[in-house]
Design a binder for this molecule. Sequence first.
Ligand code: PGA
Length: 251
Amino acid sequence: MRKPLIAGNWKMNKTIAQTRALIAEMLPGLTAVEGVEKVICPPYLALASAREMLEGTDIGLGAQNLHWEASGAFTGEVAPQMVAELCAYVIIGHSERRTYFGETDASVNKKVKAALAAGLTPIVCVGETLAENEAGRTAEVVGGQTREGLKDLTVDQMSKVVIAYEPVWAIGTGRAATSEGANAVLADIIRPALKDMFGAELSQAVRILYGGSVTAANAAELFAQPDIDGALVGGASLKPADFVKIVEAAK
Ligand code: PGA
């Protein structure tokens, strides 16, 4: 009942020209797969070109961040309506934003609300660091990020949100969580938090992705888990053949 979703987070990679080339390479393979929601998230400056290339396809476009204010004196920032002119999705609260750019659960919460108000589908990232994991604090950290980041949303708003569980120790390290381990965080920490906040029905309806060193080799095993509804893919989303294989594995 939850449609699988695969989103490619290109991070700070690819110029406009390189974006065009990469999309051209992956487009045939991606469009051939049905039954999976497919999204790519290139850097801001390449979004307009990507939009043109994706017109008429079933591939969605996402930004990697936004600001919560509608307009004004926020040098260097991009407003929700600006994103919504080109995109249907936006990644919010990625661990790199939290680590390098000072994002907090409070700013994530403002961004989620602003994204929803602009009609965007937020992909909200949560995940514990290695130190937190080793200290046995995964439930506290991931549960806390879920509760604070999604605080005060209505059930209707929450029904439009996608969550991505990305353990920080698994991002870009080649060391993915085990499929059972990742599923347990979704089933025992994130869905129960959603149940407390939004009720049992919604907690089962919200899509939760796994992210962190997802590859063409480990994708099928991850997606075989009952609570994992797809992936937020970094490195492998820049490799057309691998990304297409990951999307195929989600079918
Ligand atoms: P990775 O990144 O797939 O390169 O580990 C995932 C992410 O940061 O979203």
